[in-house]
Design a protein around this ligand. Structure first.
Ligand code: SF4
Length: 251
């Protein structure tokens, strides 16, 4: 049995990114992330620990209660079941970086009868291998150099593509996401799209214009279409989807 884990928050909301946009999910946001993206909208979740985990009392109210960290497995399972609802389809494992907590993910999969949706930055392929057969959906973020997520971009990109391949080969529904800005170069996107097409040219790539982030501006409309076409030279399924949960005022 895995030990208690530090969790940032647990709530029920609407997935606002990627190919499952609009799907109702329970979100478990794990603490801890080895990257340092300039656009990170949950910077507190990069820390490995926090005194309390916030749990939404009633879905959609934004009213949270605090429970002490770390959270043991029985408590975690009970909270997830308590905040589940009839329209909810996935348990979204997010962060931070949930692959820092693979023991917990494996134990959760054995304790719950809900599909697991993993949101990962893909930087930990060895950890991805440990959970490859328990994850139903793998939403893999691919970083661009301008995100300044790491000092060694080439190694990060290699790890991210390896992680995409691990989940794809394991049979998970797998797709890639990339946050694009007004500085995104077609050449950088070419390299990502080419790497994804080496795995499978039908893998969906979702370009997500950056939203509400100091220091980052989204690409203009024409530029976004150009970026889609750059990726479309390699991939059959390139989409552009903003963070729609924020438009709907959801968490
Ligand atoms: S990978 Fe995600 S949690 Fe980690 S720094 Fe980047 S945006 Fe933040």
């Amino acid at each position: 049995m895995t030990g208690p884990v530090h969790i940032d928050e647990i709530f029920n909301s609407i997935q606002g990114e990627g190919i499952f946009t609009g799907v109702r999910q329970v979100f478990v946001r794990f603490l801890g992330c080895p990257l340092d993206c300039g656009y990170c909208d949950t910077p507190h979740s990069r820390l490995p620990a926090a005194p309390v985990c916030k749990v939404e009392r009633i879905p959609g109210t934004g009213e949270f209660m605090d429970i002490p960290n770390p959270v043991d497995m029985d408590t975690l399972v009970k909270i997830i079941e308590d905040v589940w609802s009839p329209a909810t389809r996935h348990l979204s494992l997010t962060g931070g970086e949930p692959l820092t907590q693979t023991d917990c993910i494996i134990e959760l999969s054995g304790n719950l009868d809900h599909p697991l949706y993993l949101e990962t930055n893909g930087c930990l392929p060895d950890e991805a291998r440990k959970v490859q057969y328990v994850v139903d959906v793998a939403a893999c973020d691919i970083k661009l150099p301008e995100h300044k997520a790491t000092q060694d971009y080439q190694s990060l990109l290699k790890a991210e593509l390896e992680t995409v391949g691990i989940f794809y080969d394991a049979g998970a529904v797998t797709f890639a996401k990339c946050v694009v800005t007004d500085r995104t170069s077609g050449n950088d996107l070419d390299i990502i799209a080419s790497g994804l097409s080496d795995i499978d040219g039908t893998l969906p790539l979702v370009l997500q214009p950056v939203t509400s982030c100091p220091g980052f501006e989204p690409p203009a409309s024409k530029r976004l279409l150009e970026l889609m076409d750059a990726a479309g030279e390699y991939l059959k399924d390139v989409r552009a989807v903003p963070q729609v949960h924020k438009m709907m005022g959801q968490l």
